[in-house]
Every structure is written in C-alpha cells, then in structure tokens.
Design a protein around this ligand. Structure first.
Ligand SMILES: Nc1ncnc2c1ncn2[C@@H]1O[C@H](COP(=O)(O)OP(=O)(O)O)[C@@H](O)[C@H]1O
Ligand SMILES: [Mg+2]
Length: 256
C-alpha cells in the first residue's frame, strides 16, 4: 500500500539515554494517526525526527516514495517535502499581525521579487474565513496573533499547513493548555485534514481525544512502536487497557 511517510529502525540517543531504540512506522494517505505511550516513551523525539527538528542517529526515511537523506534532513527540507509541524501556540509571535505570521519564511513574491503584501493578506483572510470558519466584520488579516484564542492559534497553524498543501501535518499535544470549548475546535480541525486526502500524525495524552479523532493508534514503548490498532477494532476502554498494560509491563519491579 502507498505511504506518505515510512520510517524504518530510527534510533536516537541523548548521551546515555536511548530515546528511540528501533522505531518504525508508516503513515498512509488520508488518515489521522496518533502516537500513544507513557511519559518518556519517545513520542516527542520520534515526531521531532520526522519533522526535521532533531537528527536521527540511524535509520531510514521515505517520504512520498522518495528516500530522504537523514543526515541533511531539516525542518526546511521536511516542509519542502510536504511534512509540516504545528508547534505549540507559545511559538507564534504574539505581537505579529496574522498575515505576517502565516507567511514568515515563505513569502508570496511578485514578479520583481518583492513581498506581495496584498495577496498575503487576502490568503490569510481566506484561511480565517474558509479554513477556520471565522465570521464577522471584525475578522482581519492585520489583527495581532495575541488577539486569537489558544484554539484559534492552533487552527491558524493547521490552516497554514493546509494552505501550503502539506501531505502530512504533525502535531504534538495540540489540545494541551486549551479551554474545554477550544479543544473541540482543534479536534475538528484535525478531523478535517483527511477530507483533502492529506494525513495527520498527532500526540495526545488524552485518550478520549485520541479515540475521537484518530483512525489508527500507534503505541510507543521504550523507543519503538510496539503495537498498532485501528479505531474500528478498539474501544476507548480497550485503548485505556492497552496503555495500562504497557506501562505496567515497563515499570520496575513488575512481574515479568
Ligand atoms: N534533548 C534531550 N536531552 C536529553 N534527553 C532527552 C532529550 N529529549 C528527550 N530526552 C529523553 O528521551 C526519552 C524520551 O523522551 P520523549 O521523546 O520526550 O518522550 P515522550 O514524548 O514520549 O514523553 C526520555 O527519557 C527523555 O528524558
Ligand atoms: Mg512528549
């Protein structure tokens, strides 16, 4: 079956700590996949490697059928291959106007090579209206990032990934630190990603969110994927059960 991304035997150590021991996973077109596992299992390290933020010690990576050189893989390279990471809201510049924030590092330029501010503003407004369903006369591309709620910021970041036509959008704990009402919005944004045939990979410690949104669950333990399951084959209760089983098996002093 065709994959958007395929990672094989990724390894990563931080000094004596082996964060990834032998991590392999595949992401398919049009799916939402979730990484689940205990604290310290290696989830964040894995997605940082896939997004180009952290370099793997060894392993291989294929994106859209093309083999990627892990030694020169970076966030910029990842983006150019269609892999976009939605960072936590804190990383968005509070005092920046929305349109600047959306196009930072990837401007629309006119024939003379100047930034096309008008088109950048129009596109930003389209993201706010169409992508995020924000309505009302107050909506403007000139509004400051700081004026958006936490959920809206996540939404804008996801809309941005959609605008740049990312094949895979990666999100690490996108609903953490959000008000309850906001969480549902962000979950809806994530759900809408596969409607366009694109895929998402996200981490959440909230198994209810995971079960609501993900088509496939990937269980991470001791730096590798130890189990995979489709939503249709696993209830929320079974999801909880599987995670408990893994953390009990991994804790010191537990029966072998
Ligand atoms: N930059 C780092 N320096 C040292 N150790 C790290 C670093 N990043 C992660 N680790 C360690 O790697 C292991 C896996 O961490 P992480 O990938 O953040 O797990 P998770 O996201 O599943 O909680 C942990 O033991 C963590 O302490
Ligand atoms: Mg983490």
């Amino acid at each position: 079956m065709e994959t958007i991304l395929q990672a094989v035997s990724l390894r990563k150590s931080f000094g004596p700590v082996q964060a990834l021991t032998d991590a392999s996973l595949s992401i398919y077109p049009g799916e939402v996949a979730a990484l689940i596992g205990d604290n310290g299992a290696g989830k964040s390290t894995l997605i940082k490697i896939l997004s180009g933020a952290v370099r793997a010690d060894s392993g291989s990576l294929t994106i859209n059928g093309r083999s990627v050189d892990l030694k020169s893989y970076s966030v910029t390279r990842a983006r150019s291959l269609g892999v976009e990471t939605v960072y936590q809201e804190q990383s968005l510049g509070e005092k920046q106007p929305l349109w600047r924030n959306v196009f930072v590092g990837r401007h629309i330029c006119n024939a003379l090579g100047f930034i096309d501010v008008r088109r950048e503003k129009e596109s930003t407004l389209a993201m706010l209206r169409t992508g995020m369903g924000l309505k009302g006369v107050g909506i403007s591309a000139d509004a400051l990032v700081g004026s958006l709620s936490g959920g809206e910021r996540q939404g804008l970041a996801i809309s941005r990934a959609m605008y740049f036509d990312s094949a895979l959008t990666i999100l690490d704990e996108p609903t953490t630190a959000l008000a309850v009402k906001e969480v549902e919005k962000v979950l809806n944004f994530i759900r809408s990603i596969p409607e366009k045939g694109r895929s998402a990979l996200f981490i959440s410690h909230n198994l209810h969110h995971v079960h609501e949104v993900a088509d496939r669950f990937l269980f991470v333990d001791h730096g590798r994927i130890v189990h995979e399951c489709r939503r249709r084959d696993m209830s929320v209760a079974e999801l909880f059960g599987k995670l408990t089983e893994l953390s009990l098996a991994g804790s010191p002093g537990s029966p072998a």
